[in-house]
Design a protein around this ligand. Structure first.
Ligand SMILES: Cc1cc2nc3c(=O)[nH]c(=O)nc-3n(C[C@H](O)[C@H](O)[C@H](O)COP(=O)(O)OP(=O)(O)OC[C@H]3O[C@@H](n4cnc5c(N)ncnc54)[C@H](O)[C@@H]3O)c2cc1C
Length: 424
């Protein structure tokens, strides 16, 4: 994306009715819902980095409506719970859709195209069949694609079958987040490069300190995903997991012809621990994005060495699928911080008087981050919706085992599950 104008940093003391910490899916959705429910209120949004330069702008862009439990074998859980998950995910997606309409986002940014669960092996194909049956029982549409149909879509002969489901929205996430921030500018004060380093109660308001300024706010929404723990909340209850992606250079006309298939498509793996692949085409050219690998990093950091290793794995997985693109190099490889809980629940609700959490999106932050942001805004505006009650009725994130047991156990489990996912 093109560079942006210099950001405004918080370099003085300001006061606000509401302060939102974090400008990802959760933070910007919270700010938008606050503005809708409290016209004329002063809303300050503080972002540690630049808008769209964290995971919110640098993910694979699958805004998925169906159950997507990364710890399951084939995404399906129990019927009743899955119906509730679908309802919640779609509430988040509908809110994002209304933002896309209000801020005139085009189809390159917000594309309700659906997605395909691709299977490369017999066991992946079986996962797809099981998932299709599960969806049918819930009256959810899906379409099984054979190997030829998969090749016609992706250009790759790698896939044994696919399961198309129509209601996932594919985002250009950086453009979506930037458009949200720009669209909200008339009704919020957005401060970038302004990490909140301290928060404390002062009389009847909360004082948020940044390195060069501060905000006094009556109510605060914490929308920092796993960094809720950096503020002292949900200690030892949040799992700091990284996932990684690589994106090719823009392909030449010859490479595009060699690949064949459709100009844009989106594929999740039949086994949740497999590889996500996406073809994009538009203003930044024709590219392929692969996402794979998970690592548990309670330090919330990964090393360059690890990233180099991941880049090699991505290259191999790319070539397995697209041998005709052996001369197409990767332009970028990066990792990003996800936040999961052991029992797959959000860290949601009023956590201190006047402080509301919209954190822990369990890997589906495009839909669930949007949802938890909008619900936190409703809760803190005193609006009781079904979404708020449902999120409030979820249990707390379960406490993790002590270190180093959690670190060793989680990474061993991830490696084993990735090995088991095999060709997927
Ligand atoms: C490679 C990759 C691919 C992914 N693919 C998908 C996908 O296809 N679909 C999907 O749904 N999800 C995907 N995800 C996950 C998704 O990106 C996250 O779940 C989502 O961004 C979470 O949204 P959020 O708003 O809760 O948190 P974040 O996007 O993490 O936003 C939190 C913001 O808070 C800011 N912050 C933190 N601390 C402070 C502080 N002290 N002061 C001020 N600001 C602070 C951060 O800078 C950040 O911008 C992917 C992630 C990665 C890394």
């Amino acid at each position: 994306m093109p560079p942006r104008a210099q950001p405004e940093r918080l370099e003085r003391h300001v006061s606000a009715d509401f302060a939102v910490i974090g400008a990802g899916f959760a933070g910007l959705s919270a700010a938008r819902r606050l503005a809708q429910l409290n016209p004329g209120a002063k809303i300050a949004v503080l972002e540690a980095s630049r808008v769209a330069e964290g995971p919110a702008g640098r993910n694979s862009g699958f805004m998925i409506d169906l159950p997507h439990d990364l710890s399951s074998d084939n995404y399906s859980g129990s019927g009743q719970n899955d119906l509730q998950q679908i309802r919640l995910n779609r509430t988040g997606i509908d809110f994002a859709r209304s933002a896309a309409e209000e801020y005139a986002m085009d189809r390159e940014i917000f594309d309700p195209s659906g997605k395909i669960n691709a299977a490369a092996s017999e066991s992946g194909h079986k996962h797809n069949q099981d998932f299709a049956e599960h969806l049918e029982k819930m009256d959810e549409p899906s379409e099984l694609l054979d190997a030829d149909a998969m090749k016609a879509v992706t250009g790759s002969g790698y896939f044994r079958s696919g399961l198309y489901t129509p209601h996932t929205v594919m985002l250009q996430p950086a453009a979506y987040i930037r458009s949200m921030a720009d669209g909200l500018r008339p009704v919020i004060d957005l401060y970038e490069n302004s990490p909140v380093v301290k928060i404390r109660r002062e009389l009847n308001s909360w004082k948020l300190k940044t390195n060069m300024g501060s905000v006094a706010a009556l109510k605060v929404i914490l929308a920092v995903n796993g960094h809720a723990e950096s503020f002292g909340f949900f200690r030892r209850r949040l799992m700091h997991v990284f996932t990684y992606a690589s994106m090719t250079h823009a392909m030449t006309g010859e490479q595009v012809r060699a690949l064949g298939g459709q100009s844009s498509w989106a594929v999740t793996p039949a086994d949740p621990m497999g590889v996500t692949v996406r073809r994009i085409s538009g203003s930044s050219g024709n590219r392929i994005v692969v996402r794979s690998r998970f690592s548990y990093n309670p330090s919330m950091e990964v090393t360059d060495g690890y990233l180099k290793n991941v880049a090699r794995v991505h290259r191999k997985k790319f070539l397995d699928r697209f041998p005709m693109l052996s001369d197409t190099g990767m332009e970028y490889c990066w990792g990003g911080h996800l936040c999961l809980s052991w029992n797959n629940v959000p860290a949601f609700g009023e956590i201190e008087e006047g402080v509301y959490s919209a954190c822990c999106q369990n890997g589906l932050g495009t839909a669930r981050g949007t949802l938890s942001g909008l619900a936190a805004a409703e809760l803190c505006s005193g609006v009781r919706t079904e979404t708020v009650s449902t999120l409030q009725s979820e249990p707390e994130p379960r406490r993790l085992p002590p270190e180093p047991i959690a670190f060793l156990g989680a990474n061993a489990l991830l490696r084993w599950k990735e090995w088991r996912a095999g060709a997927e």
